[in-house]
Design a protein around this ligand. Structure first.
Ligand code: NAX
Length: 331
């Protein structure tokens, strides 16, 4: 049996809880791969994490190998193939008597966490390790981690698959098609309300989704707003942020990197910009991606970008440049 070492931070959180069974069940890496889990949490929730560990044992998954719990990222990151960085400090938490509401403060606090995690993974995780940042602000956290990881063989990504799945669900409802009929969905930019879900280049039966829908007002107002604000709508409805769908999107992203992407499709995640589509280098930006037969991930090139789409892409680019400026002392 093959083995894979997977690290999950924030493992006792709500996304972590939904994620662990799906990593351990054999669904993600295949039934012929044993999954060893290194679970990382802050010491305050060690008991909660132990509860999750016991539950995992009790699932009786054949694919589950060793489960280890850590509070030290350096100890946890040895020989890791895949790291899912879910843990971060949420907006609104009170630290040292101060309620953290400002984006700049949130960026700095989480930036400290991702500096340490980046260094640890860069030094201790395997060459070719893949790292997916889920914890918000995901793109800039990934930028900080990647900078401090300083390991060109490793791939850092920030998750936009949840936004992509949300966009597909809205299109499926609108066009009355199955989700699997919708291909080539791109989320450009930041995992934030400035993200741009692109229906011009998304396809159903090889036809552009925006051409098929042929309703500019729905696409530019209803659709855009629903997708960009979906996270908030879920918090308003549940009194808690997305967990099952977020964990599912993380699994989708991992799976998308494990085998060659189908000819008629691509997947969405944020990676380090190499200047494609005139996005400045040095920010982690949502692009259309493909995995090749050797497991390398590349940005799909030469897609047409309308003037309207370019304006939206410029907006989300500017937000990421502003976030980068806010954490410049951490880079
Ligand atoms: P929870 O608050 O339930 O869990 C977060 C966990 O992280 C907590 O158990 C906490 O103890 C742990 N943690 C904090 N600092 C840590 C550190 N330094 N090392 C290890 N663990 C640490 O949040 P949850 O709902 O699970 O969400 C986790 C993160 O995902 C949040 O930042 C959230 O904003 C973000 N999201 C990102 C999404 C995306 O698409 N990229 C969508 C869903 C989600 O909102």
């Amino acid at each position: 049996m093959k083995e894979i070492n997977v690290l999950v931070t924030g493992a006792a959180g709500q996304i972590g809880y939904a994620l662990l069974t799906r990593l351990a069940s054999g669904e993600t890496f295949g039934k012929d791969t044993k999954v060893n889990l290194n679970l990382v949490e802050v010491p305050q929730v060690a008991s909660k994490l132990e509860g999750s560990r016991m539950e995992l044992e009790d699932c009786g998954f054949n694919a589950l190998g060793e489960i280890k719990s850590f509070s030290d990222i350096n100890e946890a990151s040895g020989d890791i193939d895949w790291a899912l960085l879910v843990g971060s400090i949420p907006r609104g938490i009170t630290i040292n008597g101060k309620k953290i509401e400002e984006r700049a403060d949130l960026l700095k606090i989480n930036g400290g966490i991702f500096t340490e995690q980046g260094k640890a993974l860069g030094e201790n995780a395997k060459q070719n390790a893949k790292i997916l940042v889920v914890g918000n602000p995901a793109n800039t956290n990934a930028l900080i981690g990647c900078t401090h990881g300083n390991n060109s063989t490793q791939t850092w990504m920030a998750m936009t698959a949840l936004d992509s799945n949300r966009a597909k669900a809205q299109v499926a409802n609108k066009c009355n098609v199955a989700i699997s009929d919708i291909k080539k969905m791109t989320i450009w930019g930041n995992h934030s309300p400035t993200m741009y879900p692109d229906l011009d280049n998304a396809e159903i039966n090889n036809e552009s989704v925006s051409t098929l829908i042929n309703d500019k007002s729905w696409i530019e107002k209803d659709f855009l707003q629903i997708v960009q604000q979906r996270g908030k709508a879920i918090i308003d409805a549940r009194g808690a942020s997305s967990a099952t769908s977020a964990a599912n999107a993380a699994i989708d992203t991992v799976k998308a990197t494990l085998s060659e992407t189908a000819e008629d499709d691509w997947f969405s995640a944020a990676v380090m910009s190499d200047g494609s589509y005139n996005v400045p280098e040095g920010i982690i930006f949502g692009f259309p991606l493909r995995t090749n037969a050797s497991g390398e991930i590349s940005i799909v090139q030469n897609l047409p970008i309308s003037e309207y789409a370019q304006d939206k892409i410029n907006l989300t680019t500017q937000e990421l440049l502003d976030e980068k400026k806010d954490v410049s002392d951490l880079l």
